[in-house]
Write a protein of this length. Structure first.
Length: 168
């Protein structure tokens, strides 16, 4: 009797474990989803500031594009996290909040320089590294998401670098 119960328990755990393991994300994947969500929220927020504060039409257009593209990507990362049973933060991290606060206090040329160099170039370089790491995920869905979004981030970075050269 004891052997039969032990065998049944072992068999049950072996049969159930693979399904459970497939839904279990690594710490790296969990961190990727969190950082991706926060980065996209920050780009939407700073893009809105660019729309409101910049007098430069190219920067305003870039800000609009950031709001649209990163708003769409944010929805995708949120859906992916829900699918994986993960809860994402609903607000940006402290570093992005500090950046948004500094941008909200800046105006004119100072705002434009800060926005392009920080939210445009620097943040997209960090995002590019993040999504490059995401393409190495063992989770097929996260890997596919990162591969899909990475070219957009690279394009945004190129746009920001071109704007930055014009401001120097």
């Amino acid at each position: 009797m004891r052997t039969a119960l032990l065998t049944a328990a072992l068999l049950g755990s072996v049969l159930c474990f693979p399904a459970h393991a497939q839904n279990k994300l690594s710490d790296n994947d969990r961190a990727f989803l969190t950082k991706a969500a926060q980065a996209n929220m920050a780009e939407v927020q700073t893009g809105k500031l660019a729309q409101e504060k910049s007098k430069n039409s190219e920067i305003k257009q870039f800000g609009q594009k950031m709001m649209e593209d990163h708003g769409k990507t944010l929805k995708e990362v949120q859906a992916l996290a829900r699918q994986k049973g993960e809860t994402l933060p609903s607000s940006i991290d402290e570093a992005h909040q500090a950046q948004a606060t500094a941008l909200s206090r800046a105006s004119g040329k100072e705002f434009d320089l800060m926005y392009v160099k920080e939210a445009g170039v620097a943040d997209h370089k960090v995002a590019q590294q993040l999504f490059e790491e995401g393409t190495k995920s063992k989770d097929a869905d996260i890997k596919a998401f990162a591969k899909k979004v990475l070219p957009d981030i690279q394009h945004h970075l190129q746009m920001a670098e071109n704007m930055s050269k014009k401001q120097d």
